[in-house]
Design a protein around this ligand. Structure first.
Ligand code: ADE
Length: 253
């Protein structure tokens, strides 16, 4: 039986998921609240990821070890790095790299020691499903956000991108740093703080993993008008709609 883990980066996203689950029960492990129940007939465990690679890796490990999660999906926000990746777009990750991992000269830059890998791939089927669901939601963004919100955040024709997402224990908020990341990892579309760590845990356990990130900023000096409001009015609504669309198209088992 599939047990789907949903890791949300933000409280607002988790609250929206919990509102959609009719029967969730709280189980506390490792100081975290895990919400066990159903959504659209699927067995689901929803949890706040917490911020940063170690915290998210702990959360993921508990999901797999204690709750028998065998499909894991992450939703949250990210800073856009790729050209054409704009605030309000969605990036579906097809691979993950830790941009702050450097054990050179003992191992090549970014390589995770003893894995022989720098990049962990998203699960192809899960990725394709989430990409399709994201495309369906963004094709009618006004339906999910409302025309007023689209106008307020100047989101015209938001797009879905697929590509590399990079993770590190830093909130990237200067043009100098995002420029350096673009130089070092030119194929990266977005930067966040958890995905590559969770991907590594899922690799260890052989559990399918994929992630969807709404772009909340350009990882530079341009402060977003109202970050919390963007999370509430845009990112959380996208996450809910994308997950709901994805689950509605998945056969329950
Ligand atoms: N999450 C959202 N925006 C981010 C940024 N600029 N850097 C790291 N994580 C993020």
């Amino acid at each position: 039986m599939a047990v789907i883990g949903i890791m949300s980066a933000m409280h607002e996203e988790l609250a929206a998921v919990l509102a959609a689950m009719p029967d969730e029960q709280r189980v506390q492990v490792a100081g975290r609240d895990f919400w066990v129940g159903h959504w659209q007939g699927h067995s689901v465990v929803a949890v706040l990821s917490r911020i940063g690679k170690v915290a998210a890796a702990t959360t993921a490990t508990v999901l797999l070890e204690r709750f028998g999660v065998n499909n894991l999906v992450f939703t949250g926000v990210a800073g856009g790095l790729g050209s054409g990746v704009r605030v309000g777009d969605v990036v579906v990750a097809d691979g993950f790299v830790q941009h702050d991992l450097d054990v050179s000269p003992l191992f090549p830059r970014y390589e995770v020691p003893l894995y022989g890998l720098a990049r962990f791939d998203a699960h192809p089927a899960l990725l394709a499903q989430l990409r399709a669901a994201s495309g369906q939601v963004l094709a009618d963004a006004a339906l999910h956000l409302g025309a007023g919100t689209l106008a307020e955040f100047q989101l015209s024709a938001p797009r879905v991108h697929q590509g590399l997402v990079i993770s590190g224990d830093r909130f990237v908020s200067t043009s100098a740093e995002s420029h350096a990341l673009r130089q070092a990892l030119p194929e990266a579309l977005a930067v966040e703080m958890e995905g590559a760590a969770v991907a590594q845990v899922c690799h260890d356990y052989g559990v399918p993993f994929a992630a969807v990130r709404t772009i909340s900023d350009r990882a530079d000096d341009t402060a977003h008008t109202d970050f919390r409001r963007f999370i509430r009015e845009v990112a959380s609504r996208y996450s809910l709609a994308i997950l709901s669309q994805w689950l509605s198209q998945r056969a329950p088992d």
